[in-house]
Design a protein around this ligand. Structure first.
Ligand code: G16
Length: 541
């Protein structure tokens, strides 16, 4: 077949380094950009096969999100904006690791297993972030697409989150970047139009763009907001490096404000995006200069409280749930279950896992503590809300709640976590509730916590169960963690291999920051000693 000859010819230009083995992880392939050229070419091939199989457009995103500038990565996006299925993740790993001379066999195996009609047309959207390596790596993806005769919808340096949005072929609005801005900004303006006399201070938000693509897109979008939200944009990419001492991951893990931002006034509402703008965290400093973080858990609580109140006012009996991961602060889970009386489910790390669980409910609010998440509404829920909003026989209170719910749905990007849409949603809720960031923060108090990383020779020696809350291997590790946790009050800790970096992640929480720090350090030592730590032993904080 001529196509296979072309694959052979082109693949020689994108050779696989001998002995390199990479795994499709939490969010696709991620590693140093220098090791990724062959992976990109092969993902171009795979996306083309996936498009032939689904008879729909597939997305390929070239990004390493929160990771350092020198890294890069790639993930495949299915036609409705979701990550590809587990089977296709396995195909991706196999294709990525096939030796150069076995590439065609690996490709043919997938074609056979999936019964793909090779004469079917294929379309692939390719998007990239602002990393310097992204231009040539996305070209490698395009080479893969064209080698198998696929059509590419351009090497777009667009906002990555509009790719899942556009893949939905207009399900959520007009499928263009301009349509994206118009839809979300109009919904925001609709939602906030009856909020009484907000001052310019209340409309003001300080945003750290992590020197990434989100900053560029916020600049383009600003005029659509008609001054209803007034954004001071820092780390806009004009000088600083991507994610370097800024961005959502830095702020969340370091628990301090980003550098490169203007001096934050006490009580000023601030937020940070990550490098590809799929995460957002909020923060402020109080009058004593103490930093306060409002992460994904706080956002999930604010959003689910707001939605639950509206559903009650609208008299709609819809099942709402919040989906979290093991990183969720114990206080948030306690508040949601015991005060809010909302169903809470816990899944493995990775939005793809949370997304699937959230789909089981009428209204599924899902957020990772790192600020990655969104809200999903079932088709039936959307229809009920729509009917009520149009019903002329219901009382004003129910109707008002239904209209607010309808506009809330319109401000949410249900395809995937999207920092811009999450920001507009949070801003709208705070405006409607007339709430300051401090008032939002006092809904519940986080347990002090600490996240650390440990370098080990091979992080795959750690295997986990129970949504990553318990380690199964290596022997003795979970027992050691259990014994350490017993020494502290209100304590919890777990370890897991990262799916995006070559490290083991350690999380600990306890009644005081000193205890959380000490526990995190002791658990790190246990990982270092029992799971093959490399380099210096972890030091106390
Ligand atoms: C990705 C995933 C997130 C996950 C994060 C960290 O985020 O999309 O769901 O929480 O990686 O994963 P891990 O702890 O396995 O390294 P991003 O923002 O880097 O795409």
């Amino acid at each position: 077949m001529a196509q296979f000859q072309e694959v052979l010819k082109q693949s020689a230009l994108h050779p696989k380094p001998a002995g390199l083995v990479l795994q499709y992880g939490t969010s696709g392939f991620r590693t140093n950009a220098k090791q990724l050229d062959h992976i990109m070419f092969r993902m171009g091939l795979l996306a083309t096969l996936r498009s032939k199989k689904t008879k729909a457009t597939i997305g390929v995103m070239v990004t390493a999100s929160h990771n350092p500038e020198e890294d890069n990565g790639v993930k495949l996006i299915d036609p409705m904006g979701e990550m590809v299925t587990q089977d296709w993740e396995e195909h991706a790993t196999q294709l990525a690791n096939a030796d150069q001379e076995d590439l065609l066999t690996a490709l043919k195996n997938i074609i056979e297993k999936e019964a793909i009609n090779m004469s079917q047309e294929a379309n692939v959207f390719v998007g990239k972030d602002t990393r310097s390596s992204s231009a040539s790596l996305s070209q490698a993806v395009l080479d893969g697409v064209s080698a198998l005769g696929g059509h590419s919808k351009g090497k777009r340096s667009g906002y990555l989150k509009d790719i899942p949005y556009m893949l939905c072929n207009g399900k959520y609005g007009e499928a263009t970047v301009e349509g994206y801005y118009t839809k979300f900004c109009q919904a925001f303006i609709q939602l906030t139009k009856n909020t009484s006399n907000r001052t310019d201070d209340q409309k003001h938000l300080c945003l750290d763009g992590a020197n990434g693509i989100g900053a560029l897109k916020v600049r383009e979008m600003e005029s659509h907001l008609k001054k209803e939200l007034q954004i001071s944009l820092n780390n806009d990419g004009s000088k600083g490096r991507l994610n370097h001492q800024c961005g959502a991951d830095y702020v969340k893990v370091q628990q301090k404000p980003p550098t490169g931002a203007h001096r934050i006034n006490p009580g000023e509402r601030c937020c940070s995006f990550d490098g590809d703008a799929d995460r957002i965290v909020y923060y402020y400093t109080d009058s004593e200069g103490t930093f306060h973080l409002l992460d994904g858990d706080k956002m999930a609580t604010l959003i689910s409280t707001f939605l639950k109140e509206l559903l009650t006012q609208a008299g709609l009996d819809l099942k709402i749930a919040v989906v979290q991961t093991a990183y969720a602060n114990g206080s948030s889970t306690h508040y949601l279950e015991n005060t809010m009386k909302v169903l809470v489910r816990c899944t493995k790390t990775g939005v793809k896992h949370l997304h699937h669980v959230a789909q089981e409910f009428d209204v599924g609010v899902y957020f990772e503590a790192n600020g990655h998440g969104t809200v999903l509404f079932s088709k039936a829920a959307e229809e009920k809300i729509q009917q009520l909003a149009e019903d002329t026989n219901v009382n004003d209170k129910r109707k008002k709640a239904a209209l607010l719910l309808r506009n809330t749905i319109n401000v949410i990007n249900q395809t995937v976590g999207d920092a811009i849409s999450d920001m507009l949603l949070i801003e709208a809720i705070l405006a409607i509730k007339g709430m300051t960031i401090q008032q939002w923060d006092t809904i519940y108090t986080d347990l002090p916590n600490r996240q650390l990383k440990v370098k080990v020779a091979d992080r795959r020696v750690i295997d986990t169960t129970d949504a990553e809350r318990r380690a199964v291997t290596p022997a003795g590790l979970q027992e050691a963690i259990d014994n350490l946790v017993k020494k502290y009050r209100q304590a919890r800790s777990f370890v897991r291999p990262s799916g995006t970096e070559d490290v083991v992640r350690v999380y600990a929480e306890a009644d005081t920051q000193e205890s959380a720090d000490a526990l995190a350090h002791e658990v790190s030592l246990a990982v270092y000693r029992l799971a093959g730590g490399v380099g210096d032993e972890p030091k106390p904080l």
